[in-house]
Design a protein. Structure first.
Length: 403
């Protein structure tokens, strides 16, 4: 009988298989989207680099506009990108555009909406007084100072981070190399070429979905055609792929049935198979084949993809040195049943309720049944129900993650 582990116990077992992140490589910032930083990135400049205007309007001395209406003479213009530093005396001002350097004489900006033109443009009347000294001025270094860390090792390069790094003048970053991850579905019942199905057959979807997930999460996937339930064929494929890949993910044949070839082949090589207290995804296994970790996932599509999220993705994060994703809290927006003694993992639709709370409802009316592949197409996240719970009531707090 297989040993029964909690989800956390099995995660720890798998994380021990992770090889340390390999040495960094330098990539252009434009090509770094989705990569994981291997070294901290620090700003070489202040952002902003100079005091500048946050509004289109007029650069003034606050003392000149403390009492309104105030009529000021316009003695210059500073557009964005200008290096000009015009001087204005008492009772004078300078027209300024958003982002333009604040002239040395000025301490405040009056938005153009708070003014009225006076005469032929050489004068302006301020109709609303600024509320404080420095109003509508962006000070140098308000965002970040030279030497401050913009992002640390383990951070994933997102579009927002690309923009932030570009704003500091960064043109390349040190990142972790992408691990090569091989994916293969097993089973005589699988059809991969779209040909008409015979009785007992089904279209293979796991390798495509898992390869897409691996690519999205920082690996270079290598997807194989399905391997039949043949121990010699499976062992031969593992021998060949282990010369190229740093991680192998198999689906199917992981349970206790008479034709579960993955289990038989991996156990013969010293592999370990467990039952984990989750639903779906109870049968799980792993082995090391020619020095390469091989993770065996169930064959049902929802089981395979949720098992990937719970077990393979954290292993990939560890291989990349990526910061672990946190769980967050959502409240149940519907009621459903949960199996006793097993953490239920439910593909969910996550939405914001009128009271501002994040709510979760099962993405499929049948919940988390392991064969319902469309549930993941409808889901944007998943929630975990504790093993002690047998029912979920509306308003119950749940651990959640985005898919």
């Amino acid at each position: 009988m297989r040993e029964l582990l909690t989800l956390e116990q099995y995660q720890v077992e798998l994380l021990a298989l992770a090889t340390p992140p390999s040495g960094p490589e330098s990539v252009a910032l434009a090509d770094a989207q989705g990569r994981v930083l291997a070294a901290p990135v620090r700003s070489a400049v202040s952002i902003p680099g100079f005091d500048n205007s946050a509004m289109d309007g007029y650069a003034v001395r606050l003392a000149d506009v403390a009492a309104v209406p105030a009529r000021l003479r316009v003695v210059g213009d500073v557009p964005a990108g200008s290096a000009a530093d015009p001087w204005a005396g008492p009772g004078e001002c300078v027209r300024i555009m958003t982002g333009a350097p604040l002239p040395s004489f000025a301490d405040t900006v009056v938005p153009v909406e708070h003014t009225e033109p006076d005469g032929d443009g050489d004068w302006v009347t301020v109709t609303s007084a600024p509320t404080r000294l420095g109003a509508h001025v962006r000070r140098a270094g308000d965002d970040i100072l030279p030497g401050a860390e913009v992002a640390g090792p383990g951070s994933e390069v997102t579009p927002g981070l690309v923009g932030a790094l570009a704003g500091t003048g960064v043109v390349s970053v040190q990142v972790r190399p992408r691990p090569v991850a091989a994916v293969c579905a097993t089973g005589d019942e699988l059809v991969a070429d779209g040909s008409p199905l015979r009785r007992g057959q089904l279209y293979e979807s796991n390798s495509l979905a898992l390869a897409a997930a691996l690519a999205r999460h920082g690996a270079t996937p290598v997807r194989a055609d399905p391997v039949r339930d043949d121990p010699v064929a499976l062992a031969g494929w593992l021998d060949a792929i282990s010369t190229r890949a740093g991680l192998v993910v198999l689906t199917g044949g992981a349970s206790v049935g008479a034709y579960d070839v993955v289990r038989d082949v991996l156990q013969a090589a010293g592999g370990t198979f467990r039952h984990v207290r989750v639903q779906p995804g109870k049968p799980q296994g792993w082995a090391v084949w020619n020095g390469v970790p091989v993770i065996s996932l169930p064959g049902n599509p929802v089981s395979a993809q949720l098992s990937y999220e719970l077990f393979v993705r954290p292993l990939l994060d560890r291989m990349l040195g990526r910061t672990e994703r946190p769980w967050f809290t959502a409240v149940a927006g519907a009621a459903w049943a949960s199996p006793a003694g097993r953490c239920q993992i439910v593909p969910a639709r996550l939405t914001t309720a009128t009271d501002g709370r994040l709510t979760a409802e099962p993405a499929h009316p049948r919940g988390s049944a392991s064969h319902m592949v469309t549930s993941l197409a409808r889901a944007d996240g998943y929630v975990m129900v504790d093993a002690e719970a047998t029912t979920v009531c509306v308003g119950d707090p749940l651990r959640a993650r985005w898919l």
